[in-house]
Design a binder for this molecule. Structure first.
Ligand SMILES: [Fe+2]
Ligand SMILES: [Fe+2]
Length: 319
């Protein structure tokens, strides 16, 4: 097994997290775990909903998290999303609302494993011991999926689902990388976290966006809906040629909490969305609840995952 890159000791210089307000991207994931505590002894769907309803996440959220959502909700507009799609996506990457994205000049060409290493160079300013935080979350997620005997494409999805966070290394602000996702160009659902911060979003003044359907046809399908820009949508476009639709739904909508936790935006979904969305819920439990103090043995796991990556992906992709 020649040329296996060693994680955590890349040739790339570590890059500090982009400017706040979060101390690091993990702070958003930690907030999600507090907002949706792990249900105990109950069917997944019912228990998660109950636990969520009885918690006051607003009171518990740290000031940085609130400030993060304030910025996210203020800046994620139709114009911003269209600009980011133009900047990052190729013309073949989808035609949401009939708008073709402009040409994309890939910033890097690299393999999936290399992208994991690259993401790992995003280190946490506040904690010198978390230089492997990103890869550990990826591996803890994928290993839990593997332990439960799920198909190989599902295990691989667990490994790669957050690779879109390399957007931070391209200089994107945190609010354009992480955060709950939701459609722009139509009414905001009340299920969106910290809805009060949407008051500052300039889309509020566009009459066309103020109805439930907004700029979309009812039942048009989420593929034609412009979602807030972040790591989910970006990664979907990078890997969309190589994974089955269930995996692509998990990747593209894993932060779409208003829909997969609260059933919002059902009026924009089509049959494909309804069919595949249940996989997002299955995946979400692994994403949120597999964080543990036990650190995965990256070196020992590497050969298995390199083989798995090679089964589905070519040696290099455009990022
Ligand atoms: Fe994520
Ligand atoms: Fe994740």
């Amino acid at each position: 097994m020649a040329n296996i890159p060693s994680l955590g000791r890349t040739m790339v210089e570590p890059t500090r997290n982009s400017a706040g307000p979060l101390d690091d991207l993990e702070q958003w994931d930690d907030h999600l775990r507090r907002r949706y505590p792990q249900p105990a002894d109950a069917p997944p769907s019912a228990a998660a909903k109950q636990a969520h309803e009885f918690r006051d996440y607003r009171a518990e959220a740290r000031p940085q998290v609130k400030e993060f959502y304030r910025q996210h909700h203020r800046h994620q507009t139709v114009d911003f999303v269209r600009a980011k799609r133009d900047e990052y996506l190729s013309p073949l990457s989808g035609t949401a609302t009939g708008q073709m994205a402009g040409p994309r000049a890939p910033r890097r060409r690299m393999g999936v494993w290399e992208a994991l290493e690259y993401l790992n160079t995003l280190v946490d300013d506040s904690d010198p011991d978390t230089s492997l935080a990103q890869i550990e979350h990826c591996l803890q997620t994928s290993e839990a999926i593997r332990r439960d005997g799920h198909p190989r494409w599902f295990i691989l999805t667990g490994l790669i689902h957050d690779l879109g966070k390399i957007l931070c290394l391209y200089g994107e602000p945190q609010w354009a990388v992480v955060g709950d996702t939701f459609p722009v160009g139509c009414n905001w659902s009340e299920a969106i976290v910290f809805p009060e911060f949407l008051q500052e979003n300039p889309d509020r003044n566009v009459p066309e966006y103020q109805t439930a359907r907004g700029i979309y046809e009812p039942g048009c399908g989420l593929d034609r809906v412009l979602m807030t820009w972040g790591h989910d949508e970006y990664l979907y476009h990078v890997v969309r040629e190589h994974l089955p639709p269930e995996a692509l739904y998990m990747i593209r909508y894993h932060s779409f909490y208003p829909a997969h936790r609260d059933g919002a935006y059902a009026h924009l979904m089509n049959d494909d969305d309804r069919r595949y969305f249940r996989w997002v819920n299955v995946f979400n439990r692994y994403d949120l609840y597999t964080k543990s103090a036990e650190r995965p043995d990256v070196k020992a796991l590497q050969p298995y995952y390199q083989e798995l990556v090679a089964e589905f992906f070519p040696p290099a992709l455009d990022w």
